[in-house]
Design a protein around this ligand. Sequence first.
Ligand code: UDP
Length: 330
Amino acid sequence: MKLLVVGGAGYIGSHTVRQLRAAGHGVVVLDNLSSGHAEALPDDVELVRADLLDYPSVKAALEAHKPDAVIHFAALIEVGESMRAPARYYRNNVVGSLNLLQAIVDTRKVPLVFSSTAAVYGTTDAVPIPEDAAMQPESVYGETKLMTERMIHAFHTAHGLPYTILRYFNVCGAAPSGDIGEAHPSQSHLIELACMTALGQREKMMIFGEDYDTPDGTCIRDYVHVQDLADAHVLAVEALNAGKTDAVTYNVGLGHGFSVKQVLDAVDAVVGTPLDREIAPRRAGDPPRLVADATKIVQELGFAPQFTDLQEIVQTAWNWHKGHPHGFEK
Ligand code: UDP
């Protein structure tokens, strides 16, 4: 197949591009490079530098490259920032996605795989969370992903657009080769922050709340390795293109979780020295447990995560950060 990967120069996008190439597919990336990195792409992958808000460029890319399917990752993803700058998030994530949908139906009406998030569920009592759990996003970021999911479904109903939506849980780790990884302008995620702390770029780790109703009192999350998530996209786009699936939504996670303390213990073991830790107040909006019910993607697409050992997951993140302490910057 030939895929147009929108947002393919970002963290999850670049790992997916790798796995698509490894599976023998052709790839063209469309990215505005606002947070992505051209260096994260293989040399034989063409990069179209364009913004989803520029409809003519998006349409022109579809007409020029004639992909068999589109995978859409391009989005702003910082929860806190989305609360401070909602217009930017609605415009970029919702209007940008609307332009992409319009361009697809105006040109080739090819299948779409969309990158969504467990943030669409918000705080839920369901443990683990199935795909049909209530959706009440608590951030503008989560809201923009849910709105895009609904637009995609409306385009399916009105125009027959085939789609698969993947809702990710806590994505982490890096390609075992250590040459691509998470390089966001602002780091907010637990494993990434712990690696930065181990590199001496931060003083210590804060544990946000030790009084949750969990075995060790800290929050539990479902940490899915970015390469396994990338493989989920390969499975999803192949099944969609073969007509085996349509209009389906899958959670992507391991189906079990690790606590903040378990993650920090794994980082200590991998790095070889314990990081300073401090117990801090709970972070607003953090549910005690967020774990995927991933049964559907396992049964229907044969999703079989390779990275289930927490230390191994952390090791891949550490290899990347140690080798690239400033991300892709020299
Ligand atoms: N967390 C923490 N200290 C940090 C960063 C995160 O204790 O410096 C906790 C956070 O409160 C949550 C878990 O780690 O319970 C995962 O947070 P992250 O931001 O990585 O992902 P989220 O689940 O918010 O998407």
